[in-house]
Design a protein around this ligand. Structure first.
Ligand SMILES: Cc1ncc(COP(=O)(O)O)c(C=O)c1O
Length: 310
């Protein structure tokens, strides 16, 4: 794990400061527990996966939404980010690549976010669970690799559900940059009480995935890139649907405002409800294209047929 982050993410990582957790979801919650108390605020991207708002609010904090462009190549508005910071702000929750829009943050954006965190002494919760699923020419940068000063403000949360399909084993990692933050997160995690912990089998599976499955991951990402192109092309052919091409994540997030609901198509999608992604998700659905071309085509055909019947 430490070797992976040091070599592949260019974040020099001390194995003593990694906590194996029973899901990235819990990694987010325990990081919030470590830094958010009643009345504190955390900046949460909008749209983004519901876990951030859920975790901040579980700690009786306020999730302050920061609008991000729905187009993956839209840049984050740094002025808006700085304006959202108040005396109560403790945390910036970053999700890179961004579920659900598929944005991969540029090094320039990360540097600006990181420098704001330093300026206002904020912790960055960097959720990197999608960091292996990035489509060339886009490349992944961990915010903790941008400078040592930024790294010292950053807690990385990651998991193995996306790149290696290990969701069922319930496993993730939380990486602190130094002893002080490590102790703070460990204390908040409640691991000492034995009410939480990551099973050994899952940890062995992760070691094997990271050590032995690089070739498999490479082919998986190539396959996903083809599925992405099919999915985006086919969706954009449907009248009323607008779909951007994601730079990372195996998700598309088409705007279906001008269509009817998809109940008749019998394809499972996630609705763009505020409770799942924030209010900027309205009018969208989230579709996963992490499947075979055959199944993907079948799903897209059903959607097309139902929508063309209107
Ligand atoms: C951004 C993000 N973080 C965390 C998670 C949760 O991962 P895990 O299965 O390890 O709890 C997800 C799952 O969808 C996710 O998209």
């Amino acid at each position: 794990m430490a070797r992976f982050h040091t070599n592949k993410r260019h974040v020099a990582t001390n194995p003593d400061f990694i906590i194996a957790v029973d899901s990235a979801a819990y990694g987010i919650l325990m990081t919030c527990k470590a830094f958010i108390s009643k009345g504190d605020e955390a900046i949460v991207l909008n749209p983004v996966d519901f876990l951030f708002k859920y975790s901040v609010e579980s700690c009786q904090g306020t999730a302050v939404p920061l609008s991000v462009p729905l187009a993956p190549d839209g840049m984050i508005n740094i002025e808006a980010l700085e304006n959202a910071i108040t005396a109560k702000t403790k945390l910036i929750c970053l999700c890179n690549p961004l579920n659900p829009t598929g944005k991969v943050f540029t090094k320039f954006e990360l540097e600006q976010i990181g420098n704001l965190a330093i300026k206002h002494n904020l912790i960055i919760l960097s959720d990197e669970i999608w960091s292996d699923i990035v489509f060339g020419p886009h490349a992944y940068t961990s915010i903790a690799s941008v400078s040592d000063a930024i790294k010292q403000q950053t807690i990385i949360v990651t998991g193995y559900s996306k790149s290696y399909g290990l969701a069922g084993l319930r496993v993730g990692s939380v990486i602190a940059p130094n002893e002080k933050l490590y102790q703070q997160v460990l204390l908040a995690s409640d691991h000492h009480s034995t009410t939480h912990g990551c099973n050994v089998l899952a940890q062995v599976a992760v070691k094997s995935a990271l050590d032995d499955c690089e070739d498999w991951l490479h082919s998986f990402v190539n396959h996903l890139k083809n599925m992405r192109d099919i999915c985006v092309d086919d969706l954009n052919k449907i009248v009323g649907i607008t779909c951007h091409s994601p730079q990372g994540c195996y998700l598309v997030f088409p705007d279906i405002t001008d269509t009817l609901l998809l109940e008749k198509a019998k394809v499972a999608v996630v609705p763009g409800l505020g409770k799942w992604f924030g209010d900027r998700a309205a009018g969208h659905i989230r579709l996963s294209f992490a499947t075979s071309e055959e199944i993907l085509k079948e799903g897209l055909d059903r959607i097309t047929k139902v929508l063309n019947e209107r």
